[in-house]
Design a protein around this ligand. Structure first.
Ligand SMILES: Cc1cc2nc3c(=O)[nH]c(=O)nc-3n(C[C@H](O)[C@H](O)[C@H](O)COP(=O)(O)OP(=O)(O)OC[C@H]3O[C@@H](n4cnc5c(N)ncnc54)[C@H](O)[C@@H]3O)c2cc1C
Ligand SMILES: NC(=O)c1ccc[n+]([C@@H]2O[C@H](COP(=O)([O-])OP(=O)(O)OC[C@H]3O[C@@H](n4cnc5c(N)ncnc54)[C@H](OP(=O)(O)O)[C@@H]3O)[C@@H](O)[C@H]2O)c1
Length: 208
């Protein structure tokens, strides 16, 4: 691959021979296309995992086979007002989308981000800054296992969905993008459908 080309929301894959087997795993690009082949990733080390510990142990100068980015988890074109819902490293594609679209898009984006602890709020400062600068962006982090000092939102992302939908009034011409833990994605899709949203306006990517 000479030129890294991708649409925000897509993932690349890394392949390595491990224990005599070719192991390939997908990773979302966590930054917007830069035009210069540089990119960022947002990774969890899965302790018992095959590939992710390898990625964490890489040193400058090490090489790994990387595949051309792919994937359908991208913003509808043209984008509409959207609610973006992430758990953990599921935040990665949303960072890429927001970096790429917020400056030029007038659509309203609400980012609902669920993690266990305050220290797991990846890119927190960056999203807070985006929310300060862009009136069309809301950042709603929520913690499931907060310290006593946390005064923000509590509980899983589903607990805040009704409020986010409520801000839309009676409108139904919005999109939902879900990324992260499989169970979160499955449960949230059921919730959205029970509130009358169509599967065609619910986009998702499951990580586990
Ligand atoms: C489209 C797509 C995009 C992805 N993007 C990212 C990304 O941006 N960042 C990222 O960190 N991961 C991402 N993932 C997950 C990633 O592809 C791997 O599944 C993950 O790194 C584990 O791989 P492994 O080889 O280390 O573990 P494996 O050897 O595959 O798994 C070992 C054990 O860990 C469990 N496990 C697998 N995945 C996870 C997980 N994510 N969290 C906790 N436990 C897990 C498995 O059930 C298994 O029991 C993405 C997955 C998909 C499908
Ligand atoms: N060392 C680090 O800095 C670091 C950072 C991130 C992750 N990790 C580790 O990596 C592993 C995977 O991390 P992860 O961030 O992908 O996932 P995670 O930490 O297991 O979960 C992320 C968030 O999703 C919530 N969640 C779980 N099931 C859900 C569901 N069905 N619906 C909605 N929300 C749900 C979790 O709430 P609950 O608390 O209720 O489970 C948590 O708030 C974990 O073992 C984690 O500890 C380590």
């Amino acid at each position: 691959m000479d030129r890294l080309e991708f649409v925000p929301g897509q993932f690349t894959s890394f392949t390595e021979m491990i224990g005599g087997k070719e192991i390939t795993r997908a990773y979302s690009l966590a930054s917007a296309p830069s035009g210069n082949n540089r990119f960022e990733l947002c990774l969890n080390r899965v302790e018992a995992g095959h590939l992710s510990p390898r990625l964490f142990d890489m040193q400058p100068g090490d090489r790994i086979q990387m595949l051309q980015p792919l994937g359908m988890f991208v913003l509808r074109q043209p984008p509409r007002d959207s609610i973006l819902i992430a758990t953990g490293t599921g935040i990665a594609p949303f960072r890429s989308m927001l970096q790429a679209h917020l400056k030029t898009s007038s659509c309203a984006f609400t980012l609902l981000f669920g993690v266990r602890y305050e220290s797991h709020l990846l890119y927190r400062q960056e999203f807070e800054e985006m929310a300060r600068v862009h009136a069309n962006f809301r950042f709603w982090p929520t913690l499931t296992r907060p310290d006593s000092g946390w005064t923000g939102r509590l509980g899983r992302v589903q607990a805040h969905l009704t409020e986010a939908i409520g801000l839309l009034g009676d409108r139904r011409d919005v999109d939902f993008y879900l990324c992260g833990l499989k169970e979160m994605v499955d449960e949230t899709r059921v919730l959205l459908k029970s509130q009358g949203f169509d599967r065609k306006q619910i986009f998702y990517e499951k990580y586990d």
